[in-house]
Write a protein that binds this ligand. Structure first.
Ligand code: BDR
Ligand code: CA
Length: 314
């Protein structure tokens, strides 16, 4: 059996971030989590840093280190999404105060130090929020770009449009300048856009199957999802909400669930109307070089089967 793949999860929890973190924690044979780095996004940094630790403790994994990162986007004021995630960012279950400490090292320094210490091409960055920490790390130590095995991000949207504006997906909208730097960096990028995540809906029957697992993390997650979905149910009139962030982890575990193609992706930073839009050259109508593997489809039943099978191990 191959060694587990080393990952850093950069995150702004967020109920769907929590699901992603749980999926990774439940998969130690395949994934070794070197640390969680937090970023301001769904809620301010103090809350995302708190929530990351709450999720780890819910899964009895206070040994995984949490590093707090950027408090605000590189060039803009912070935009948050309490209207989706609630006041805490993790509304739903009753939340305890985390006991485990935050690390004193800044997330950006942790990312750089880890990439410089580990052999080149052996660390994967999983980004579930705005790309601020990664852009700051690239600015401080551009040589890390060549050492990343892969950066797998939840972000962007193309055929599906945006979710925070008609043109932009939330993670890219919050920090378009950071995203622009990441897409220009030359790192191997895999992008999980809304085109994929809008296909993994928390349908009632799927949530009930997760509830039947009955362990503490699964029950907490169900309470989170029940809160989280009310916004999308109202917005889209759908049965449930898109479970965005765990698609990143599912890709590392079972890439065969996904299909997409190598494309050039540019991020709009200038226009107020379309800031944060990911312009994907899906049809190769420009001569621009592909810089990302852009996913478009997912086997949704296979994804939820994987999630259920793994959560039952926690
Ligand atoms: C993304 O934005 C956040 O609200 C979610 O956690 C996810 O990362 C979806 O647009
Ligand atoms: Ca997120």
């Amino acid at each position: 059996m191959a060694e587990p793949r080393k990952i850093i999860i950069d995150t702004d929890p967020g109920q769907d971030d929590a699901a992603a973190i749980m999926l990774a924690l439940a998969s130690p044979k395949e994934l070794e989590i070197l640390g969680l780095t937090t970023v301001a996004g769904n809620v301010p940094l103090s809350l995302t840093s708190r929530n990351a630790r709450i999720v780890l403790e819910l899964c009895s994994r206070p040994d995984v280190k949490v590093f707090a990162g950027a408090e605000r986007p590189v060039a803009r004021p912070l935009v948050t999404a309490e209207h989706v995630h609630g006041k805490t960012g993790l509304d739903g279950p009753e939340l305890h105060e985390p006991q485990m400490p935050l690390q004193s090292e800044h997330a950006v320094d942790f990312i750089i130090a880890t990439l410089m210490r580990e052999p080149p091409g052996t660390v994967t960055l999983c980004t579930l929020g705005p790309l601020t920490n990664i852009a700051l790390a690239l600015e401080k130590a551009p040589q890390i770009a060549g050492r990343v095995q892969e950066l797998v991000m939840m972000g962007g949207g193309f055929f599906e449009g945006g979710n925070i504006t008609p043109a932009a997906e939330f993670n890219l909208y919050v920090d378009p300048e950071a995203a622009h730097a990441v897409f220009r960096s030359g790192m191997p990028i895999v992008m999980m856009p809304l085109d994929v995540t809008h296909k993994v809906m928390t349908l009632r029957r799927r949530v009930e199957a997760l509830r039947a697992i009955g362990n503490r993390p699964a029950l907490a997650l169900i309470a989170m999802l029940n809160f989280f979905e009310r916004f999308d149910v109202e917005k889209y009139g759908s049965d449930g909400a898109p479970l965005h962030d765990p698609t990143v982890i599912a890709y590392l575990l079972k890439p065969g669930l996904f299909s997409g193609r190598d494309c050039n992706v540019e991020v709009e930073t200038q226009s107020p109307l379309t800031a944060g839009m990911t312009v994907v050259d899906w049809w190769r109508v420009t001569g621009r070089k592909p810089n990302a593997k852009v996913m478009r489809d997912i086997d949704a039943e296979g994804f939820f089967a994987l999630l259920g099978e793994r959560l039952a191990r926690l």
